[in-house]
Design a protein around this ligand. Structure first.
Ligand SMILES: NC(=O)c1ccc[n+]([C@@H]2O[C@H](COP(=O)([O-])OP(=O)(O)OC[C@H]3O[C@@H](n4cnc5c(N)ncnc54)[C@H](O)[C@@H]3O)[C@@H](O)[C@H]2O)c1
Ligand SMILES: O=P(O)(O)OC[C@H](O)CO
Length: 351
């Protein structure tokens, strides 16, 4: 059998961390071609191209400083060239860019190629909710698995022990991606409930913003635990409501993509940290994102906006998802942050 060619589409904080694991496994296993192309959105850093820096110093100095990438991971600034002939595509860009990138490679996909999305976020159409994996499936007509879990990129890059979840519809594809991605300190469970895995990954970022609000208001861990629990209840309700044909397995919420990701994200994630600053500094969220993250992108506020649009499109009462709606109103409708506590006090879970 021919070794499979792998292409990573994305090279941000998570893309670079995952490139470290993929590069090493691609070099170690005959199943994969040793060279791994990584599409890098080109930019100049102190007069040097980021792709050149990565290909000579083997470090993404902007998005994952302090970590060496394997030398077989090759940064390519042209997406069509990077993905040409790839058998396995790993999608890992902030969710707002996925549509444009898919369009660029639409006519250049190798027949039989498969994909996996590591993108936490969601999209919507005039019919309502659209998963990011659906955007990819539709644009590129390929089988797409997803990988979501309690995985803060810098900790994965440091090779601290953690777990993650792959959701797939075709078991053999899920297992092939597991082989590509699993390491002794990055342990993967494969489940055949991809929609739930992906919904967990998307919605947890909204809940993380709520956790940031209560942290910014200097409330304690009991409050944060309540945000996590009420957020989980809304997440479960949302998954049930939006996939009536493939109801979520409750067990999936206990995989790394569910409760575990909520915990890590509500304590240490970027959405939590920037939302905490939003309470303290009284600046628009996009200003704080630019000031605090050096080009990295927040997914929580945009996902709250997408969820709100989906609820409106489908005529669903806002009171069904008070936490999600409150996060949206605080970021985009100037509702005061303390109104978030009122939403918790009046949550339907207590009625
Ligand atoms: N960072 C984490 O800890 C982490 C962990 C798990 C999952 N994720 C998810 O992975 C996805 C990607 O996150 P990330 O942390 O790798 O990215 P990031 O937040 O570091 O975003 C920056 C990336 O976006 C790219 N970019 C900027 N403008 C662009 C454009 N116009 N077109 C294409 N690309 C552009 C930049 O070049 C850079 O690679 C997100 O959905 C995120 O939720 C992140
Ligand atoms: O830093 P965040 O908030 O984007 O969260 C990162 C990861 O999704 C945590 O699993």
């Amino acid at each position: 059998k021919m070794a499979k060619k792998v292409c990573i589409i994305g090279s941000g904080n998570w893309g670079s961390a995952i490139a470290k694991l993929i590069g090493r496994n691609a070099a170690a296993y005959d199943t994969f071609h040793t060279r791994v192309n990584m599409y890098v959105y080109e930019e100049e850093i102190n007069g040097e191209k980021l792709t050149e820096i990565i290909n000579t110093r083997h470090e993404n100095v902007k998005y994952l400083p302090g970590h060496k990438l394997p030398e077989n991971v090759v940064a390519v600034p042209d997406l069509v060239e990077a993905s040409k002939g790839a058998d396995m595509l790993v999608f890992v860009v902030p969710h707002q860019f996925i549509r444009g990138l898919c369009k660029t490679i639409q006519s250049n996909i190798k027949p039989g190629a498969i994909g996996i999305s590591l993108i936490k976020g969601m999209d919507h159409t005039d019919k309502g909710l659209q998963l990011i994996s659906d955007v990819i499936r539709k644009a590129l007509s390929m089988d797409v698995s997803v990988l979501m879990g309690a995985n803060i990129a810098s900790e994965v890059a440091s090779e601290d022990f953690c777990e993650t979840t792959i959701g797939c519809t075709k078991e053999e594809n899920g297992q092939l991606f597991k082989k590509l991605l699993q390491t002794p300190n990055f342990r993967i469970c494969v489940v055949q409930d991809p929609n739930t895995v992906e919904i967990c990954g998307a919605l947890k970022n909204i809940i993380a913003c709520g956790a940031g609000f209560v942290t910014g208001m200097e409330l304690g861990d009991n409050t944060k635990a309540a945000v996590i629990r009420l957020g989980l209840m809304e997440m479960m309700k949302f998954a049930k409501a939006f996939f009536p044909d493939s109801p979520p397995e409750i067990a999936t919420f206990f995989e790394s993509c569910g409760v575990a990701d909520l915990v890590t994200t509500c304590y240490g994630g970027r959405n939590m940290r920037v939302s905490r600053a939003f309470v303290k500094e009284n600046k628009p969220i996009e200003v704080l994102e630019a000031e605090m993250l050096n080009g990295q992108k927040l997914q929580g506020p945009e996902t709250a906006r997408e969820v709100y649009k989906v609820l409106k499109t489908l005529n669903i009462d806002e009171s069904e998802y008070p936490l999600f709606v409150s996060v949206y109103n605080i970021f985009f409708n100037k509702h005061p942050v303390p109104s978030f506590i009122e939403c918790l006090q009046n949550h339907p879970e207590h009625m």
